[in-house]
Design a protein around this ligand. Structure first.
Ligand code: NAD
Length: 483
């Protein structure tokens, strides 16, 4: 039996086939031990009527090899086409997106020589869960879902990555001063998990100042951990700050597989011209080699690639008069890397990767959680109304409901009792009902249904309801602003 690792490869659209051919050529020359299955994804598949950009048969290959090297694809414009990346991520459960952002000073122009950080982004949850609603003519909602297992898994991945790669610090970026429950939990789990890695320093930053610091002081960071949306935004900021978006590779890692790619798109403006830089995809392939236990080949390619940059052999996107020595096309660049296999960079730091069979990062088992007592403490009923808060309250109080109306809020701000007439109200009020003080008598779903029934019978449109729970007596919901 061959010792080769099976992988699935997709050549993609635009410059995809050109940079993939070059990447595979370098992998082969470096002695990568691979058996390649090729699938078709992207534009042609979309236009054949598959709204996800991938056909059923291709999943068989992905499920079998569990390792996907993917060239960029073109998403056709117009509605109805689903993001292939999101589909693959969700289907294969690729929960971690890893994007190293490195400056290659003085060979690639950057304001921050020495920048070398890695963003570990949660990839499946958060506002990207795609759960959205329109409740009333005025109000739209997108649910931000963070889970404890999802947060623990990504925090563990970040610390395991830091440990495996000799990194010294993990900075968690959140907005827990505002989103105390979701981001608060993400941060608490980060602290809890981080305690198992005493050799790695922990830091935290609120995402807004964190993003600003990445743009102005990127050398302060080592590994950055963030939930999905913040991670998405800071990944692009960091990649741009290196001065070389076209040189970045990324990996998407899950329990059921992994996907490796360049961070850029299919660049249709330069497709077919033979001038695209294959480096982003090549560095994605290097991450893949480390993942499948071929760190020896990864090291050989990565160092030859650094040496090529140092020797001033540059594609047009990074070519600079004075600094660069030779302008090459895609193939010329690939040939130059192959010529340097076995050589080390002389100015930039040489790369070392763990070698041996099992170098893929393993995620330790999730921590067992203590059972928790969950009881209902109340209900929020969101109704459509064009009344003032006081008139709405009067109408609701008149219904003589079995639960006590505690407060009315609009867009989160308390407008009754003691609202401020200056608060701008839309057509979507939240009525908060509680029987008595927290920890008092438990409310049942029957109580809540009875309240909803009477409110609907009085002619109100109920846009949505939320149950209010206590967990071991602790509030599982926030209070209204100003309450
Ligand atoms: P893009 O990244 O393709 O191109 C942006 C600019 O960078 C262009 O000027 C392009 O010529 C240049 N560029 C990109 N890669 C380069 C390379 N390797 N060498 C030299 N120059 C390079 O972004 P875009 O133009 O916004 O998107 C084009 C298409 O790619 C769209 O259909 C988009 O949906 C898709 N896209 C796909 C992926 C993916 O498959 N992962 C990611 C991003 C965008």
């Amino acid at each position: 039996m061959s010792n080769n690792t099976q992988i699935t490869v997709a050549h993609g659209d635009g410059i995809g086939p050109e940079i993939m051919a070059e990447t595979l050529k370098i992998l082969e020359a470096a002695g990568a031990r691979l058996d390649i299955e090729t699938i078709e994804i992207g534009e042609k598949v979309y236009l054949r009527g598959h709204s996800s950009g991938i056909e059923e048969a291709s999943w068989d290959s992905l499920h079998k090899t569990k390792v996907f090297l993917k060239a960029p694809i073109t998403t056709p414009s117009g509605g109805g086409f689903k993001s292939l990346n999101v589909t693959v991520r969700k289907t294969l459960g690729l929960f971690a997106n890893v994007r190293p952002c490195v400056a290659y000073h003085p060979f690639v122009k950057t304001n921050f020589p020495g920048m070398d950080l890695v963003i570990v982004r949660e990839n499946e949850e958060d506002l990207y869960a795609g759960i959205e609603y329109r409740h009333t003519p005025d109000v739209y909602e997108c649910l931000k879902i963070l889970t404890r297992p999802g947060s623990e898994r990504i925090a563990r991945y970040a610390f395991e990555y830091a440990r495996a790669n000799g990194r010294k610090k993990v900075t968690c970026m959140i907005k827990d001063n505002i989103m105390k429950m979701t981001d608060g939990m993400f941060y608490a789990v980060f602290e809890e998990v981080g305690a198992y890695y005493p050799e790695i320093a922990r830091d935290r930053m609120i995402i807004d100042i964190g993003a600003a610091r990445i743009a102005t002081h990127p050398n302060d960071f080592d590994v950055i951990l963030a939930p999905n949306l913040y991670g998405d935004i800071i990944s692009d900021i960091a990649a741009d700050v290196t001065g070389s978006v076209g040189l970045g590779g990324s990996s998407n890692i899950g329990l059921g597989g992994a996907m490796f790619e360049a961070i850029h798109g299919s660049a249709p403006d330069i497709a077919g011209k033979g001038i695209a830089n294959p480096s982003g995809l090549l560095l994605g392939a290097v991450m893949m080699l480390v993942h499948i236990g071929q760190g020896d080949v990864a090291m050989k390619i990565h160092n030859a690639w650094l040496k090529t940059l140092e020797d001033g052999i540059h594609t047009g996107d990074i070519y600079r008069e004075g600094q660069s020595k030779q302008r090459v096309g895609t193939t010329g660049f690939g040939d130059a890397v192959i010529d340097r296999l076995g050589q080390m960079p002389s100015t930039m730091k040489a790369i070392t990767y763990p070698t041996g069979e099992n170098t893929a990062i393993k995620i330790p088992e999730l921590s067992p959680q203590k059972p928790v007592k969950q009881e209902m403490a109340g209900i929020d009923i969101f109704v459509q109304s064009y009344e003032t808060p006081d008139i709405l309250a009067e109408k609701i109080l008149k219904l003589n409901l079995p639960l006590e109306l505690q407060a009315i809020t609009n867009r989160g701000a308390t407008v009754w009792p003691h609202g401020d007439p200056a608060t701008y109200c839309v057509d979507h009020y939240r009525l908060r009902f509680k029987r008595d003080k927290e920890g008092g008598k438990t409310i049942t779903l029957t109580d809540s249904m009875a309240v909803q029934y009477k409110i609907a019978e009085a002619g109100f449109l109920i846009a949505k309801t939320e149950n209010l729970f206590l967990f071991d007596g602790k509030r599982g919901y926030t209070v209204g602003q100003g309450q």
